[in-house]
Design a protein around this ligand. Sequence first.
Ligand code: WTA
Length: 641
Amino acid sequence: MDFEMEDVPVCDVIYQPTEKAKYNAHLSSFDEYKKLYDESIRDPESFWKKMAHETLSWDIPFQKVSSGSFQDANIKWFEDGYLNACYNCVDRHANKNPNKVAIYWEGDQTSESRSISYLEMKNEICRLANYLESIGVKKGDCVAIYMPMIPEAVYAMLACVRIGAIHSVVFGGFSDEALKDRIIDAKCRVVITADEGVRGGKVIHLKNIVDQAIESVEFVKTVLVVKRTGEPSIQMKADRDVWYHEKVSTQSKDHKPVSMNSEDLLFILYTSGSTGKPKGVAHSTAGYLLYASLTFKYVFNYAENDIFGCMADVGWITGHSYVVYGPLCNGATIVLFDSTPFYPDASRYWQVVDKALRKAGDAFPLKYDLSSLRVLGSVGEPINPEAWQWYYDKIGRNKCALVDTYWQTETGGIVITPISSVTPTKPGAATLPFFGIEPALLDPHSGHEISGNGVCGVLAIKSPWPSITRTVYGDHERYKMTYFTQYPGYYFTGDSAARDSNGYYWIRGRVDDVINVSGHRLSTAEIENALINYPECAEAAVIGKPDEITGQSICVFCILRNPNIDKEKAKTDIIKQVRKSIGPIATPKSVYLVPDLPKTRSGKIMRRLLRKIVSGETNFGDLTTLSDPSIINKINIIVSQ
Ligand code: WTA
């Protein structure tokens, strides 16, 4: 484990919630947060029972609140209740406010946008649900979704959920090989995709990638293709590929949602861990939906008629919980953004903020421009105090709350965060736990809990909450091993953190071999496995290198079989190999061709030393286990060239 004791941050800058942040607040004071938080920990059964009744619409209300434990890896919430998540996110709002805008879509070009009302969204989802049922998709089946950020991606997710199918969204930045692995792992018989995606002016050939991915996967029976760009050269394979607009629009707009048990799986989402291939993190229906919905409401202090823009892609957990499930369960208007923050220029987000208000329809009078912002969020990687301050001053203009939200694919929703309306914030701190979350800092070696303030340790959570992942799809043993075995009785996050003198949490980053590039989670093992397929590579080690823009970047050290081959070509081939196996999101930024790697006497690669070399450190710590100390100098010379 890569844990080094760091200093606990000392920070005198504290921002009290602004007037704006208190607008229509669900909590009136910081004390009220503390009181509710204490209740949620002292008596979780009563707390969650009340929240679940208030927040969700049930077909059959639950009697039992929770059961199971981390030790037995058998956690259940609301296990005798029945509900449908699509009904909760769509129908109940469409019935009440049919014309309210559900999705404000902003395409890649600034001229492309659409507004879709709750009723329109419901009709579209029902048509797709009817179509999926007509081709035999049923409760418990997995459906792969490989799409751009277009409204049909949201329809696809919710249509699956409506009929009880489990969706597996695969981010469009993954390659055909990565997509194939995920389709095979979940045995998806249906893939929903688009002809092409366009991002930052660049075309992503989604349908072609799907074709390559499933070339030899015989159990995929249907590929449903949305026409996004209308590219005429798209090949449709007879008896397998169908156009969405041809098949779906003719279906009935009425469909009765399937009543699901609380613990039936809602979706799986693949994510990287420290070992092996990506795992299908599985979430259950009621617990996940409740937690996503509540965190959305409290953390961002959602008020009716707010437009909520979360710029994450639905291919990631942030897109699941805070583009789709959390906001829609609350009946909010979401922004679906199908571009990049830098296209056509770096002001794109702020253009969208202004435009979403004006274009979303008459329901949203032009009261504000950028000043409409009330709450700013940050997620996915530690935000340094300077970046925090810039965001707070320049975008929030010192009037908005800034919430640094910490969580993971596995936690389903935000677990450590300020509540925007009440929590005093410090630049760079994720602050305090959300309701029901009991964080603990553990000594990495003994596993003992470290009490008191002004301490650091590995971050764990002490007791189950509703949206914790229930299993690794198809591999429950791996679930137990990954999260509950190293520190028995705790959920282990894989991150380290500090708790400062006020009890505020500061997340430090991963202590395992997971790299975080622009919030994209990748494992060194996965990239190293990809490199083994490059025939010239004898051995490789991958590390995350600190990067000003992306937080970390991928750095490859490779020993060539034949050191005399063209080095520049070898470097390009190495980069290509990773892009082919995983996708463009895993493109290495630096490649070093080295004569050897630092290893222990027993042959384990000491990545810790490689990390120190690339960050220019000269203190290498304890080197007694290193088999050949001269390697450090050799690599140092190559890196500094
Ligand atoms: C990191 C993304 C610091 C962390 C929601 C975690 C963060 C991993 C923060 C999960 C934050 C997420 N501050 N680090 N506010 N939020 N992380 O599964 O290392 O894609 O373990 O979920 O991102 O990444 P994932």
